[in-house]
Design a protein around this ligand. Structure first.
Ligand code: G3I
Length: 365
């Protein structure tokens, strides 16, 4: 007679197969937008390690590009002065190769999630050595194995001036150009991008354009600019987004939307500065037991307007990446307040399409 555990295993397999088969009936974003731009997602460890076959099948069906949500950040991939941990990044590259998904390396130079040892360094020479070794080693290892790099991430303040990061403090204004020069040498076969949030806003955009022009004037390669796209329901800056697509493309760059999500929960500031937090109160988690239809519809209207704009400028846009596979994966469940229930993406917590998904897909018909 069959044991209980064998029976459960068989049942789980049947469910898995049924789940995979069901997911195949959902229209595929990457196929629908195949002629327009790549459709990407952010991936976490569980997804990269393919721990759940249904999730893997779902990702492979929906997305043609992927960005590691965390594992290529310096604090994780370069934990000690001479110590690198490539295990997860290698697995990600293999995931991309196996499933024909283009990988965007994220990110070589960022003021956040730096290794702990950086805190003890207070000399220009040491910071320069870290900066140079880090880019050479990481970009070099994955040259051509990743399709592209976010070479520098979030180097600008909201007013367009340079953020006072450890890199600016110790290396001076030229550090961004220098990062691209080093990346170009170490990773000649991968595309090189500058990535930021709110860089569709006029002042920050002007700062971003100045950075790009400086890199270009130095004859250093920069292939594209990423607008992260962490926006709020009912408050999409569509005019600024369109103006930014035009202005960045006029510099000869590819434009990408690299971390798209639309927040529906209350927040008293814009953007995605992970250092910023908000105090929880009774109103801060209003949809813990479900999203009201009015908000669901607002999200659908917003995503529709956004993708209409993306399609209008598809000749200038090379990729649109969502920051997470489904609502349950989103960083917005834990930021700027921990433990909230957020709904910022196209798929719900069970990978079921939301009304916003239907609207986006309808634009391709
Ligand atoms: O891995 C540790 C775990 O061991 C520990 O127990 C737990 C307790 O807090 O933390 C875990 O690390 C967290 C990590 O995500 C992995 O889940 C960090 O605390 C948390 O700060 C980190 O947040 C990430 C954030 O960047 C900060 O680096 C988010 O997942 C990630 O979505 C977010 O992504 C950024 C982009 O890289 C750049 N643009 C903005 C975007 C959103 O903030």
């Amino acid at each position: 007679m069959m044991s209980l555990s064998t029976a459960l295993l068989l049942l789980a397999n049947v469910n898995t197969e049924q789940g995979i088969a069901l997911a195949q009936t959902i229209p595929s974003l990457k196929d629908k937008f195949k002629k327009d731009f790549l459709i990407g997602t952010a991936l976490n460890n569980t997804q990269i390690e393919e721990r759940d076959p249904q999730t893997t099948a779902f990702i492979v069906r929906q997305f043609s590009a992927a960005t590691p949500e965390n594992i290529m950040k310096a604090g994780l991939i370069h934990p000690g002065w001479d110590k690198y941990n490539f295990e997860m990044a290698d697995k990600l590259v293999e995931f991309g190769r196996k499933h024909n998904i283009k990988i965007n390396g994220h990110t070589l130079v960022w003021h956040s999630q730096l290794p702990f040892f950086i805190r003890g360094i207070h000399s220009q020479d040491s910071i320069r050595t870290f900066f140079t070794n880090h880019i050479k080693t990481v970009a070099g290892r994955y040259d051509g194995k990743v399709f592209s790099w976010d070479v520098v991430n979030e180097a600008l303040n909201e007013d367009g001036t340079l953020r006072k990061s450890v890199f600016l403090q110790y290396l001076g204004d030229d550090y961004i150009t220098e990062a691209f020069r080093l990346a170009q040498r170490a990773s000649p076969k991968s595309e090189l991008y500058y990535n930021d949030y709110n860089n569709e806003q006029p002042a920050k955009r002007a700062g971003c354009i100045a950075v790009i022009k400086k890199i270009q004037a130095a004859n250093v390669r920069i292939d594209g600019v990423g607008i992260q796209g962490h926006w709020h329901a009912g408050r999409l800056p569509l005019k600024d987004i369109e103006e930014s697509i035009l202005q960045y493309a006029a510099l000869g760059l590819k434009v990408m939307f690299t971390e798209l999500d639309i927040e529906v929960l209350p927040r008293n500031f814009q953007g995605a500065d992970v250092g910023q937090r908000m105090v929880a109160n009774e109103q801060s988690n209003p949809y813990a037991s479900g999203l009201p239809d009015s908000v669901q519809q607002q999200l659908a209207v917003d995503y529709e307007a956004l993708f209409k704009l993306f399609l209008k400028h598809k000749d200038k846009i090379s990729r649109v990446t969502f920051w997470g596979v489904n609502d349950g994966d989103s960083w917005l469940n834990n930021w700027p307040v921990r433990g909230r229930t957020s709904y910022p993406l196209l798929f719900d917590r069970n990978n079921q399409p939301k009304p916003a998904f239907e609207k986006v897909i309808a634009l391709t018909k």
